[in-house]
Design a protein around this ligand. Structure first.
Ligand SMILES: NC(=O)c1ccc[n+]([C@@H]2O[C@H](COP(=O)([O-])OP(=O)(O)OC[C@H]3O[C@@H](n4cnc5c(N)ncnc54)[C@H](O)[C@@H]3O)[C@@H](O)[C@H]2O)c1
Length: 371
């Protein structure tokens, strides 16, 4: 198969969908790989590294889209890319269709085959191509939170790990899933006094077993949250109710119960945030203060660490990309239910129910295309 890797053109996106190592694996399997010039630069990969791996470099995005049977991307196509996508072309990337109707309509019109990273799903309902970004964001939440606790950045002026004779900072993590667990690991490693709250008791039991001694678990409910917020320095929002807006576990009135300079990092901002006063921010202007409480609500946290994020993402996507390239999308999706669930739009028809329902558009069964 001919695989094309365009440079991401969405504002501030430095990740790339394929590393030189990934290109080599595809080439070893007998495929041809075209990478747009400088596509990997933002993640630290020079064109020459792709060439040594056996890939070919094309100077323009138009040439990449023109030649490729499968496009591998990171972000959803933006308007300038819509006309480049061809009939029958397989596009493997994050789409998040249900949040943007113009993209959905454009991809229906393109008659391409859209396989979305975010809906590839394992039998245990986990989302293997979202997990790596949650791992990055969870770890980063503590790195950023620790930084913003510094006084010149408007925080309380407390060092996360304390020093001998001085207590460490207290970190409260709302939600003990992938983001929360990764945040807890880093906070604990830095010596903080950490509490993870979740509503899932088996999950709390598991975390209690595997986490170090400076991590405690606590059942999540309003009463318990109100009890803790006044004594914690850094609070990380990491809840997720699949397919729904995040619940507001911290309401505006609770801010007055926090100490001035408390830092809130709401990682769940992409689902509306679990802190009522959360509104999306960017890496250019990541924070704002309400009632003396500092809010960090960057919606694409992994974008700040493209090197790590690219490697984490491609570690997860490459095995699927190889299946698609080796077998073609129809056979690969027939044989692997995880990939089949990633199919959102096929040749002008929506095949993912939630996407059709989001915009009241007709949808059909994916099986119509796999028999
Ligand atoms: N901002 C970013 O850059 C970024 C990056 C990656 C992920 N995210 C977001 O972070 C959020 C968390 O993702 P995840 O991968 O950890 O999800 P996850 O499903 O692994 O974990 C979510 C956890 O929240 C718990 N939960 C649900 N309701 C709760 C409540 N009322 N109180 C406490 N816990 C509750 C669940 O039991 C679960 O353990 C998602 O909204 C995700 O989209 C944001």
């Amino acid at each position: 198969m001919i695989i094309g890797v365009p440079k991401e053109i969405k504002n501030n996106e430095n990740r790339v969908a394929l590393t030189p190592a990934g290109a080599q694996e595809l080439l070893k399997a007998g495929h041809t790989v075209y990478v747009q010039s400088t596509a990997g630069l933002g993640s630290g990969f020079e064109d020459a590294e792709y060439v040594s791996a056996g890939a070919s470099i094309l100077p323009t995005i138009e040439e990449v889209y023109d030649i490729a049977e499968m496009i591998m991307k990171v972000k959803e196509p933006i308007e300038a890319e819509y006309p480049l996508i061809k009939e029958n072309q397989l596009v493997f990337t994050y789409f998040h269709f249900a949040s943007y109707e113009p993209l959905t309509k454009a991809m229906v019109e393109s008659k391409s085959v859209c396989l979305a990273y975010e809906t590839v799903e394992k039998a245990d309902r986990s989302l293997p191509l979202l997990v790596p970004m949650s791992e990055v964001a969870g770890r980063m939440a503590i790195q950023e939170g620790a930084k913003y606790l510094e006084k010149p950045l408007k925080g309380r002026g407390i060092l996360l790990g304390g020093v001998p004779g001085v207590r460490p900072a207290k970190v409260l993590i709302l939600g003990g899933g992938v983001v929360g667990t990764n945040a807890a690991k880093i906070a604990a490693g830095m010596g903080a006094d950490v509490t993870i709250m979740d509503i899932n008791l088996p999950r709390l039991r598991y975390l209690d077993d595997v986490m170090p001694a400076n991590v405690n678990t606590f059942m999540s409910n309003e009463y318990n949250i109100r009890e803790l917020i006044g004594t914690h320095d850094l609070i990380v929002g990491a809840v997720l109710i699949p397919g729904a807006k995040a619940p507001h576990l911290i309401t505006k009135d609770m801010l007055k119960d926090m100490r001035p300079g408390t830092v809130l990092v709401d990682v769940a901002v992409d689902q509306g945030g679990c802190i009522e006063t959360c509104k999306p921010t960017t890496h250019q202007d990541p924070t704002y203060v309400i009632d003396d409480v500092l809010h960090y609500c960057v919606a694409n946290m992994p974008g700040a660490v493209p090197y790590t994020s690219t490697l984490a993402l491609t570690n997860a996507t490459l095995p699927y990309a190889l299946q698609l390239a080796n077998k073609g999308w129809q056979k690969a999706c027939k044989e692997n239910l995880e990939l089949k669930l990633g199919l959102n739009i096929i040749k002008g028809e929506i095949v993912y129910q939630a996407v059709g329902e989001a915009f009241n558009l007709p949808y059909t069964s994916v099986d119509n295309f796999l028999n």
